[in-house]
Design a binder for this molecule. Structure first.
Ligand code: IPD
Ligand code: CA
Ligand code: CA
Length: 262
């Protein structure tokens, strides 16, 4: 395993221990609202602190972009992109679908990725050019080549300012075009599940770099494709993502392009 990936894995495991321990007594959780329907708990913060401590100890010069503490500049071209708990709403409710997501980018390109699901004890890892793995076994995107046969993940709009009406139109189109739509509730884990071939595709708008960075490398290293709704490469910055096996991705982009905010 690449030395930098090993650091990311150690960081994810220590964060996941904090999350898993806290999941045993959800009544003790202190939940605060960032905005309407957007929650954060002390577990998100403790998980992030544990990840940053591990990363900083190994690479004191690297820059960090983390959901709860923001951007810390470093003196190198490496940047860690961290979602300490993706799927916080699920976590708060004891719905066992959430994860830790850690990516390392070099000059803006994601090169290492870890997504760890503590409920299922599933560790997804990828190194650029080295393939994608689930608990150390290689994974590939799904083999279905027709969107009509595909199980597709998505994220619903949930913030007060989100345009639910436009999404509702897209929902109708996509639900007619595929075999089933799912809204599991953790973007990074949804992308990992595309990489593992459990979902044939995924699309969501209004997401941040920390929701997408690690999962996007898992998908491409598993043989899939990722982009913004027009198929463009700048999705991490633009906040919208479509991912899938090459065939399904190719059939999703033309349907999503008209909804792009690019
Ligand atoms: C959220 C989850 C959710 C997605 C949201 C994200 P959080 O992340 O990934 O599935 O729909 O856009 O913000 O807040 O639980 O880390
Ligand atoms: Ca997230
Ligand atoms: Ca989060």
């Amino acid at each position: 395993m690449h030395a930098m990936l090993a650091v990311a894995v150690n960081a994810a495991i220590s964060a996941a221990q904090i999350i898993h321990r806290a999941s045993g007594d959800l009544n003790q959780l202190t939940v605060s609202k960032k905005q309407h329907n957007d929650f954060v708990t002390e577990v998100d913060k403790a998980s992030e602190a544990a990840i940053i401590e591990t990363v900083r100890a190994a690479f004191p010069d690297h820059a960090i972009l983390a959901e709860e503490s923001g951007c810390t500049d470093g003196r190198s071209d490496f940047q860690w992109i961290i979602d300490p708990l993706d799927g916080t709403t699920n976590f708060i409710h004891g719905f066992p679908y959430y994860c830790v997501s850690i990516a390392l980018a070099y000059q803006g390109e994601v090169t290492q990725a870890v997504v760890y699901d503590p409920s299922a004890n599933e560790l997804f890892t990828a190194t650029r050019g080295g393939g994608a793995f689930l608990n150390e076994r290689p994974i590939r995107v799904g083999a279905r080549d027709c969107l009509a046969d595909g199980l597709i993940g998505t994220g619903f709009p949930f913030r007060a300012t989100d345009d639910v009406e436009t999404y509702a139109r897209l929902f109708v189109e996509m639900s007619r075009a595929c075999a089933g739509l799912r809204r599991p509730g953790a973007c990074a884990l949804d992308l990992a599940n595309v990489a593992a071939g459990r979902l044939d595709g995924f699309f969501e708008q209004g997401v941040n770099a920390w929701d997408m960075a690690a999962g996007s490398l898992l998908v491409t290293e598993a043989g899939g494709r990722v982009g913004d709704y027009t198929g463009g490469a700048d999705f991490l910055r633009l906040g919208e993502i479509v991912a899938g096996s090459p065939a399904v991705y190719g059939q999703m982009v033309p349907r999503l392009a008209g909804y792009s905010r690019v």
